[in-house]
Design a protein. Structure first.
Length: 141
């Protein structure tokens, strides 16, 4: 219970040269960000494989970008904390990371909920484009 009390002080969050993370938190964050990168790879594979399921395919596309970016930025936070960089290892970056990627995830979920409405529109557009003339590709010399 003694580890919660420092979380409630401003000095803990805004100290520019904080002490390194405890090993259990270091490994927990490392595993969490690694799982995010694996989820990005999984979403990328779903995006490439699922040609028929529109909602699953484009939902995976948006989530792939989110997982990849969030995981890489998280790894940078861990790296800066490990190297004890003066400003970049400050703990206030972690709540900013959560807030920023939380807002982005909110907009992704909002967009995924709108996808079924747009699916018919995209199918109609694809049906219409089928009858339009295609541009001729020039042969390279």
């Amino acid at each position: 219970m003694g580890w919660i009390k420092p979380l409630l002080t401003l000095q803990f969050w805004f100290k520019l040269t904080p002490p390194p993370l405890m090993p259990i938190f270091y490994w927990a964050f490392l595993i969490f960000f690694l799982l995010m990168l694996f989820a990005s790879i999984l979403c990328g594979r779903i995006y490439k494989k699922e040609k028929e399921q529109y909602l699953l395919r484009f939902g995976a596309k948006y989530l792939k970008n989110w997982f990849l970016t969030a995981g890489l930025v998280g790894f940078l936070l861990i790296l800066f904390g490990y190297e004890r960089a003066v400003l970049l290892s400050a703990r206030f970056w972690y709540p900013l990371w959560v807030i920023g990627f939380g807002v982005w995830l909110f907009f992704i979920i909002k967009k995924i909920r709108e996808l079924p409405k747009r699916e018919a529109e995209f199918k109609h557009q694809a049906q219409f484009n089928k009858y339009l003339p295609k541009s001729k590709k020039q042969k390279s010399k």
